[in-house]
Design a protein around this ligand. Structure first.
Ligand SMILES: [Zn+2]
Length: 108
């Protein structure tokens, strides 16, 4: 891949990821809450945020609804913030998703 391997996902890579994720179907589930999303509602989310070292490889991308994506980035921003203050914060994307799912279940 190019020098954009980390950082912001390019428009073309995003479109290609969506094309594959929706191949042959009208809706695909949010990877976090499971809500069925139309392509226009789907956010392409980094499983491990690029700010935390995640790459733009398709294996590190997932679909998320706007609500889950914004909650997840708030959690990730909190982690970045604690790290910038010198705390050692371990990042496990699966744990982040578990926290978000609990949140979603609580607010349902
Ligand atoms: Zn969701």
């Amino acid at each position: 891949m190019s020098k954009n391997y980390r950082g912001k996902l390019g428009r073309l890579a995003r479109a290609e990821f969506l094309r594959r994720a929706f191949a042959g179907r009208r809706r695909a589930p949010c990877a976090i809450c499971g809500a069925p999303l139309h392509v226009d509602e789907a956010t392409v989310d980094h499983v491990l945020a690029s700010a935390l070292g995640g790459s733009n490889a398709f294996a590190n991308l997932q679909l998320a609804c706007a609500r889950c994506a914004s909650r997840k980035s708030a959690l990730e921003a909190g982690i970045c913030n604690r790290r910038s203050k010198g705390h050692r914060v371990e990042v496990d994307p699966a744990k982040l998703v578990a926290i978000l799912r609990r949140d979603v279940a609580r607010s349902a």
